[in-house]
Write a protein that binds this ligand. Structure first.
Ligand SMILES: [Zn+2]
Length: 305
């Protein structure tokens, strides 16, 4: 599946880059600056110093129970501070240079990925807040091809939205939430979220399903016994969870804008297992290529906040 998508996209690349060269080599003063001097398959798309930052519009959709709980809350200052910082961390990571992680090509590292996220938060009381039986392991895992249980809601939100955005749904396990609300530390949480790859069909919409992110926050807030960082304060522990949350969302977003898995442990797209934050020049070129030529193009705003 992954391979199929990649080869289709690679074909598109040759067609698209041909057109791009024809159209811009005579008209754009930046074309020679922009094209990286290397044999990168996406060299024409790698961000140059003069290119505007691409802002990717995301809707963070927090589904809550009837009481407005079971997830982050709009009027809870602690929750809001947490989310604000989490989004800031995502953008700080996107502002970092590329690294040679799972990359043996001849392109120099870029100083900045040239990408940022612009997030709008939406809070909804909805029965789908409970992901039991519908998380990325027990329900739909590839949101492009299987029947995601929030598809109808996704459509409704799009109809009511002014601007196209990637919908990122945050849901939690009801049974674990109830157990944690009673102070139980052993309630299970899923670490598996899911996403989809970019599509050629511009009409298709991109969604991401983030599973049990709030439960992770709640668990760390409970001050449960912990194996990792037992010496750190509870606040530091929550902060660490926030950085992990930002990384998980960036990983799923990486899929949504064109990246598959790699094997280097320091890479953002390493899977399965533990992963870190690095993106290599190939991955960055690939994301820009998808954001300029595939359905995810409609979520991009060039420059500005
Ligand atoms: Zn993944």
């Amino acid at each position: 599946m992954k391979k199929h998508i990649f080869s289709t996209s690679a074909c598109l690349f040759f067609i698209a880059s041909g057109i791009w060269l024809l159209m811009t080599s005579w008209s754009s003063p930046y074309s020679s600056l922009r094209r990286a001097d290397c044999t990168h398959p996406y060299a024409d798309y790698m961000p140059g110093a003069n290119d505007p930052i691409k802002y990717i519009r995301l809707n963070f959709i927090f589904l809550q129970n009837e009481e407005g709980q079971g997830n982050f809350e709009a009027d809870n200052p602690k929750h809001q501070a947490y989310l604000k910082h989490l989004i800031q961390i995502m953008n700080e990571q996107f502002a970092r240079p590329s690294r040679y992680s799972c990359y043996k090509g001849d392109c120099p590292n870029v100083k900045d990925t040239g990408l940022r996220v612009k997030v709008q938060q939406i809070y909804l009381k909805h029965t789908g807040w409970d992901n039991d039986g519908n998380n990325c392991k027990t329900g739909c895992a590839n949101l492009a091809v299987c029947d995601f249980y929030l598809n109808e809601l996704d459509e409704q939100i799009r109809q009511e939205s002014q601007e196209a955005a990637i919908n990122v749904f945050f849901t939690n396990s009801k049974s674990s939430y109830e157990r944690m609300s009673e102070g139980e530390c052993e309630a299970p949480m899923s670490r598996t979220s899911c996403s989809m790859f970019p599509q050629k069909d511009m009409k298709l919409n991109t969604k991401i399903h983030m599973v049990d992110v709030y439960l992770d926050y709640l668990h760390k807030s409970l001050d449960c016994p912990r194996e990792m960082f037992p010496e750190n304060t509870n606040e530091e522990y929550i902060n660490w969870g926030k950085m992990e949350g930002a990384k998980f969302i960036r990983h799923e977003l990486g899929h949504a804008i064109g990246l598959g898995h790699v094997s280097c442990p320091d890479n953002l797209m390493k899977a399965p297992g533990i992963f870190q934050q690095a993106l290599n020049p190939l991955q960055i070129g690939r994301m820009h290529y998808c954001l300029e030529t595939m359905n995810v193009k409609k979520y991009v705003q060039n420059g500005g906040e």
